[in-house]
Design a binder for this molecule. Structure first.
Ligand code: E4P
Length: 219
């Protein structure tokens, strides 16, 4: 399973990339706004840190505008992945870009029917938002299971399931168990994956016993 980080915080991306766990980055207009940075500038910087896909979202809502913006974004770096919303115009723009070999992440997916359309439009990634579904009392992870099962029925579908709007480590593990290709994680969730109190307790006990034994460290 690939891990993307869901942030435009360059310091966080650099720090997490050093763990070897970061296969890509996702951003959206809210994340870019939060960074306070110039859009093109921050995407360029992120693309220089991470080799994998870096999603940059268009803000036009008509296909012509999306293609115009997407073409500019694609020129920033080879690993830019154009992000488009799950609308008819977004799907048309998706078809346009993926037919020309540019990666596309179709975002704001909340149903299996929408995911089916994105695969037919040749999306590189489909982004179902699990946390936002949970927030309104629906089962976000059930949607992931449905999409993974649906896509696996068709050999010609190449679209990868990119689990988005992740809120906790359980979402990540469940997504992996379901065979989702990618999870995009807020940095705090990625960092939390390693935590277990018994690891901390066990390590402290090992080190205390070692200290008491009078053994010397291997030089
Ligand atoms: C990623 O591509 C999405 O934009 C992001 O995961 C949305 O997360 P949120 O629902 O926490 O804003």
């Amino acid at each position: 399973m690939k891990f993307f980080v869901d942030t435009a915080d360059v310091a966080e991306i650099k720090d997490l990339a050093a763990t070897g766990m970061v296969d890509g980055v996702t951003t959206n207009p809210s994340i870019i706004a939060k960074s306070g940075r110039d859009f093109a500038e921050v995407i360029k910087e992120i693309c220089g840190i991470v080799e994998g896909p870096v999603s940059a979202e268009v803000t036009a809502t008509d296909v012509k505008g999306m293609i115009k913006e997407g073409e500019k974004l694609a020129k920033i770096a080879e690993n830019v992945c154009i992000k488009v919303p799950l609308t008819w115009d977004g799907l048309k723009a998706c078809k346009h870009f993926t037919s020309n070999g540019t990666q596309v992440n179709v975002t704001l997916c909340f149903s299996a029917a929408q995911a089916l359309l994105a695969a037919k439009a040749g999306a590189t990634f489909i982004s179902p938002f699990v946390g936002r579904l949970d927030d309104i009392g629906q089962d976000g992870m059930q949607l992931i299971d449905d999409i993974v099962t649906m896509y696996s029925q068709y050999d010609h579908f190449e679209t990868e399931v990119l689990v988005a709007s992740i809120r906790n480590p359980v979402h990540v593990v469940d997504a992996a168990m379901m065979g989702a290709h990618v999870a995009t994680l807020p940095p705090a969730v990625l960092r939390s994956l390693i935590s277990h109190p018994l690891t901390d307790k066990g390590l402290a006990a090992f080190l205390a016993d070692w200290e008491k034994s009078g053994q010397k460290k291997i030089a």
